[in-house]
Design a binder for this molecule. Structure first.
Ligand code: ATP
Length: 271
């Protein structure tokens, strides 16, 4: 019996074993805030089941590009996006796209852990409930436990699931936010400097988690830390003044970049 889903079958047919699968594709992406252009013709493919790091000096457009991948920029009145961005080949800016559904498929974790002022349990179950993914208490218990286990938090919180999420440490709150993102079974997780508010130990835990999540998810992470990009990512994209300077295997970008701007940035000459 053939157990493969149609989508999996299609992928297997379309992608030879050694060809990476492209999960998201950005083509000639330009982003404007009012009259100001923040991104210029960015062409970047995001590989499936890999971690892609977006690096570059402050203001270069990393977060702007990240936010364009799940239409978070739609929430900014002055923001306008041109070019094409696809998810599994589908145009995410097509007016027929349901943005709520898109953001369930392409989840997001923010810089500052932002749990809802509710219990740990409610934080995780909120998304599955609004997306109609759980029908009863047993479903809810299961999704809460599974998501917290995947986020590496279950053992630390299993005895206090009904206590406020805001009572956790910063690192635990960030893992709770990751559990909340995972709970709706996203395909892609966008992370905007997810460790910048965390101490080194909590950072190491979240980095380990990112490493593990890669097996099941496609991850795009904005980071200011070169060490972090080198530790967690397989692909790196370097931005400067709104332009994608270069992208490639992380090892190559950090040891032998093609562009002098990348060389200057990774050696700390600017940024
Ligand atoms: N909401 C906004 N309104 C107007 N301009 C904005 C807005 N958000 C970002 N910008 C501008 O767009 C450019 C890119 O900003 P963006 O935040 O994407 O850069 P970044 O590389 O993520 O920076 P940082 O590393 O400092 O977070 C900057 O010039 C910034 O001032």
């Amino acid at each position: 019996m053939n157990m493969m889903s149609d989508a999996a079958t299609e992928k297997a047919v379309n992608a030879p074993a050694d060809e990476p699968v492209i999960k998201m594709r950005g083509k000639d992406v330009c982003v404007f805030y009012g009259p100001k252009q923040a991104l210029f013709d960015v062409n970047l493919n995001i590989r499936e089941n890999a971690v892609t790091a977006l690096i570059g000096p402050s203001g270069c457009g990393k977060s702007t590009f990240l936010r364009s991948l799940n239409r978070m920029n739609d929430t900014i009145d002055t923001c306008r996006v041109t070019g094409d961005i696809t998810l599994d080949g589908e145009d995410i800016y097509d007016p027929a796209i349901d943005v709520v559904e898109l953001r369930a498929r392409v989840g997001m974790v923010f810089q500052k852990p932002n749990p809802f002022p509710k219990s740990i349990y409610e934080n995780v179950v909120y998304g599955p409930r609004i997306h109609g993914l759980v029908r009863n208490k047993a479903d809810m218990d299961e999704v809460v436990e599974k998501s917290l286990v995947r986020a590496g938090l279950f053992n630390e919180v299993k005895d206090r699931l009904h206590e406020p999420g805001t009572g956790l440490s910063g690192g635990q709150q960030q893992r709770l936010c990751i559990a909340r993102a995972i709970a709706v079974s996203p395909e892609v997780i966008l992370m905007d400097e997810p460790c910048s508010a965390l101490d080194p130990i909590a950072t190491a835990t979240v980095e380990e988690l990112i490493h593990e999540l890669r097996e099941n998810y496609t991850i795009v992470i904005v980071t200011h830390s070169m060490q972090q990009a080198a530790r967690v990512s397989q692909r790196t994209a370097m931005f400067h003044l709104g332009v994608l300077v270069e992208e490639g295997d992380t090892d190559k970008i950090f040891t032998n970049p093609d562009d002098p701007r990348t060389q200057d940035y990774i050696t700390g000459r600017f940024g």
